[in-house]
Write a protein that binds this ligand. Structure first.
Ligand SMILES: NC(=O)c1ccc[n+]([C@@H]2O[C@H](COP(=O)([O-])OP(=O)(O)OC[C@H]3O[C@@H](n4cnc5c(N)ncnc54)[C@H](OP(=O)(O)O)[C@@H]3O)[C@@H](O)[C@H]2O)c1
Length: 332
């Protein structure tokens, strides 16, 4: 079997998760990790070639990777990196800023068509598998809205994208952002009220921030709370902690969430669809989703497709390692 040759672009939490996920998929092989900080990654990774992402023309000519899985941050990496990488390799990314998604799609679609390659954008669990569940629930339960809730337990769930966004603020050394679902809002949906929510009615945001020496806490709190898309629409609390407190109190990257949709069928029989995910490690779970779609991207390449695609455009059979016969016999 010819394996799908994958290069990881950017080595952080999701990048590490993709490395582990590729090792679980027998039809894939990791040919290199490309980073802006080669020495940092080389110190951690011994068994895979580590290359400078800026030298892509040189190493891609040699490696001939089939797929690049981009693991940079949504806030400031992906909209620069993806249009550059797609000039050389078909891409998969996990861009997760929902409010900027249409503009990001347009930008990558244009770059991918120019390069005559396919790009799958905004994969992961949300956007990603929850997007698919929202669309299906909305189609099956006619007229019902589909709602996504995150951070269902008392501790809430760690949002990687929001933590990453806080860390881009000058004066912030480290940060974690916990999302809390507002339980009354979930109850309204389950009751079939089909409510009209604004983002702030469904979730609140709790930030734990470590400052650089000399940074001004009031200024940083104001910058976080006014950040468009990420925090401005929400009730946000900001707590300043030491690095030791952050490390001690918040271990790992747990997260969870559900998509809920409620309506009626026929002459008024109640109908409820719920789809729930619970992750011990959000970046590893995100990475497993990204990696599974390398299979679909390779099929798109073989079919000569180009432009940007989302999870909504991709058949489940393209993602599965199973043959059509196995899918029919075991999964239908
Ligand atoms: N769609 C979804 O469901 C979903 C879910 C979770 C996350 N995400 C997305 O995934 C993105 C990446 O998350 P992440 O947790 O992997 O972010 P991260 O750990 O901060 O890594 C982001 C990038 O920063 C660089 N980096 C990492 N550690 C570094 C260090 N110690 N020093 C210097 N540079 C470092 C790496 O690039 P270089 O190797 O080039 O330096 C890496 O690619 C998030 O921004 C979010 O948008 C999406």
């Amino acid at each position: 079997m010819k394996k799908i040759k994958i290069v990881i672009i950017g080595y952080g939490n999701v990048g590490r998760g993709v490395q582990k996920a590729i090792a679980k998929n027998q039809d894939m092989e990791l040919v290199a990790i490309a980073s802006r900080s080669v020495e940092r990654v080389k110190a951690e990774v011994k068994d895979v070639p580590v290359v400078d992402v800026r030298e892509i023309a040189k190493w891609q000519a040699e490696l001939q990777a089939d797929v690049a899985i981009l693991c940079g941050g949504s806030k400031s990496d992906l909209d620069k990196q993806t249009p550059e990488i797609i000039k050389y390799i078909p891409t998969i990314d996990s861009f997760d800023n929902h409010s900027c998604l249409p503009a990001y799609y347009a930008k990558i679609d244009e770059a991918a068509k120019k390069a005559n390659r396919p790009a799958i954008i905004s994969l992961g669990w949300d956007p990603g598998i929850f997007s698919l569940e929202r669309v299906l629930a909305n189609a099956y339960l006619v007229g019902a809205r589909a709602y996504g809730f995150y951070g269902l337990g008392p501790k809430g769930g760690l949002s990687m994208g929001h933590s990453d966004a806080i860390r881009t603020i000058k004066g912030v050394k480290d940060a974690r952002q916990y999302t809390h679902a507002i339980t009354e809002a979930i109850d309204k949906v389950r009751n079939g009220e089909n409510p009209e929510f604004s983002a702030g009615d469904m979730h609140s945001r709790e930030c734990f921030v470590v400052l650089e020496d000399g940074a001004n806490p009031a200024e940083i709190e104001a910058q976080i709370k006014s950040m468009p898309g990420y925090f401005a629409p929400y009730k946000t609390t900001v707590n300043f902690v030491t690095q030791e407190e952050l490390n001690e109190k918040f271990k790992g990257f747990p997260h969870d969430g559900c998509v809920v949709s409620s309506s009626t069928t026929g002459d008024g029989n109640g109908a409820l669809i719920e789809y729930r995910c619970q992750w011990g490690s959000n970046p590893e779970a995100t990475a497993q989703v990204l990696t599974a779609y390398a299979r679909a991207l390779k099929k798109f390449v073989d079919e000569g497709k180009c432009g940007a695609f989302t999870i909504l455009d991709i058949p489940a059979s393209y993602v599965s390692p199973l043959s059509k016969e196995d899918l029919l016999a075991k999964m239908m």
